[in-house]
Design a protein. Structure first.
Length: 391
C-alpha cells in the first residue's frame, strides 16, 4: 500500500516502473471501479504506467488500485491511498486589531470543493457561540457569508472567531480568526467617533463616543445632553441608547435636530465630556413645469405636466396642488382631488375636466420631501377659439 498526501487544488501523479514485465495490461481503478483513460479528470499515460489526477478536490480522497495481468491466471496489483489535505477554507488576514466602536470585516476563501458550497453550509462563531442574526443586528454577513462585518466594535467583541464549513459529505472544516479591540487614541478619555455626523432628513442616525480607559465602565456612567439639558431617553420615543449608552440614536431627524450633543461620563474620579455635532441635510428637489402657460377652450380637458427631480424618489403623498386666487394667494387645496380635478401619475399631472371660463388663472404644485419644501406655479388660459390644443 502506498500512502500519498496532496493539497487540494493541485495535481497528483503516480508513476510505475514495471521493470522486466512483458507486454502487460495496466488497469487503474478507484474503489474497484475502472477509471476512464483520456478523461479530463484522470489522465493515464499511453503505456499505462502513469496516472495523473487533475485539480484535486476533497471528493478525490480514497483508494486507487492498478492491476497488471500477464495472463488469465497471473495478476498482481498495487493499492494507493490518496489523502487530500484540509486547505478547503482559508482565513484572509486572520488577526485584526481595531479601536473600540470601529468596524471590522473578516473573510474566507473556499477552494477545492465542487460544487461551490452554498451560504447555508457556512456558520460564523465567536468563542463557540453562533453570531449571525437574529442573535445580533450588529453582525452582518456578505458575499454568501464569505465575509463577516461587525459594526461598532466593543471590548466584549475581542477574542477568537471561526468560520465553519460543513460539506454535503458531512466533513467539517474551519478557519480561525482573532480580534483585538484597543482603546485607540489615549489623548482624551472620552472622544467622539465621528463629528460632525451628517444625516439625511427623516433618517435615524446614531451619535457615538468611545472611552480610552482600560477599566470597564458601566453603562449607567454615561448620559447625553443637548443645549445644557439632559435627554430623558427612558421617557422619549425619539431617542434610544445603543452600545452600552455610548451611542444615542435619534429617530426621524429633521433640521430642528441639527446641533451639538454632549456625552458625559461620570465614574469614580472621572468627569469627562465629548461633543458630537449632528448636521441634518435636506434632499435636493427641483420642479420643472412642462407646458405652462397652457391654452385651452371651455369644455375641453386641460392637463398640466410637471417633472420632479430628486436624488431620492418623491412619494405621491409629498406632492400637493393648490388653486391660486387673483391676489396670488392659495385659495383652496386641490389634493386629494375631487369634482372635476384629477391628479394621475403620482400627482405629477393635474387634469381639469370640462374646463370652464372661471378655471382660468394660476395653480401651484408643492413638494415637501425630506426637509425640502419647493413649489412651482402653472397658468391656465381659456381662449375663445375652439381650435386650441389643450394637450
Amino acid at each position: 500500500v502506498v500512502l500519498v498526501e496532496v493539497s487540494s487544488g493541485i495535481n497528483a501523479e503516480w508513476p510505475l516502473r514495471p521493470g522486466e514485465l512483458p507486454d502487460s495490461s495496466f488497469k487503474w481503478e478507484k474503489r474497484r471501479e475502472a477509471l476512464a483513460a483520456g478523461a479530463q479528470k484522470y489522465v493515464i499515460s499511453d503505456d499505462g504506467t502513469h496516472l495523473t489526477i487533475n485539480n484535486l478536490v476533497l471528493q478525490d480522497e480514497g483508494s486507487f488500485r492498478v492491476r497488471v495481468c500477464i495472463d488469465e491466471d497471473t495478476c498482481g496489483s498495487i493499492l494507493f491511498s490518496l489523502s487530500v489535505t484540509n486547505d478547503v477554507i482559508v482565513a484572509v488576514d486572520e488577526h485584526k486589531s481595531v479601536a473600540e466602536l470601529e468596524s471590522v470585516t473578516f473573510g474566507v476563501v473556499i477552494h477545492g470543493v465542487d460544487p461551490e458550497p452554498g451560504w447555508q453550509q457556512l456558520m460564523w462563531l465567536h468563542e463557540g457561540v453562533e453570531l449571525l442574526p437574529p442573535r445580533s443586528n450588529l453582525v452582518k454577513a456578505g458575499h454568501n457569508r464569505r465575509n463577516l462585518t461587525i459594526s461598532s466594535v466593543v471590548k466584549a467583541d475581542a477574542g477568537e472567531y471561526q468560520c465553519a464549513l460543513t460539506l454535503a459529505d458531512g466533513s467539517y472544516h474551519a478557519a480561525k480568526f482573532t480580534l483585538e479591540v484597543t482603546d485607540g487614541d489615549q489623548s482624551d478619555i472620552l472622544v467622539a467617533v465621528t463629528s460632525p455626523l451628517e444625516a439625511m432628513h427623516g433618517s435615524n442616525p446614531t451619535l457615538l463616543v468611545r472611552t480610552t480607559v482600560s477599566m470597564s465602565v458601566p453603562p449607567s456612567a454615561f448620559t447625553w445632553m443637548r443645549n445644557g439639558q439632559f435627554i430623558d431617553v427612558q421617557n422619549s420615543e425619539k431617542y434610544t441608547f445603543t452600545n452600552y449608552r455610548k451611542g444615542l440614536q435619534i429617530k426621524g431627524v429633521t433640521g430642528a435636530d441639527s446641533g451639538v450633543y454632549t456625552a458625559q461620563l461620570m465614574y469614580g474620579n472621572m468627569h469627562e465630556r465629548a461633543d458630537v455635532e449632528l448636521v441634518v441635510q435636506s434632499a435636493s428637489v427641483e420642479i420643472r413645469t412642462e407646458n405652462s402657460p397652457l391654452r385651452t377652450v371651455a369644455g375641453q380637458n386641460a392637463h398640466f405636466l410637471v417633472t420632479i427631480d430628486s436624488a431620492r424618489t418623491v412619494p405621491w403623498k409629498n406632492v400637493e396642488w393648490y388653486r391660486i386666487n387673483a391676489d396670488g394667494v392659495r385659495e383652496s387645496q386641490i389634493t386629494p382631488p375631487s369634482g372635476r380635478y384629477r391628479t394621475p401619475d403620482y400627482r405629477r399631472k393635474l387634469t381639469i375636466q370640462r374646463v370652464e371660463r372661471g378655471d382660468e388663472g394660476f395653480y401651484e404644485v408643492e413638494v415637501n420631501h425630506m426637509g425640502s419644501v419647493v413649489s412651482a406655479r402653472v397658468e391656465l388660459i381659456v381662449e375663445d377659439s375652439q381650435w386650441v390644443n389643450s394637450q
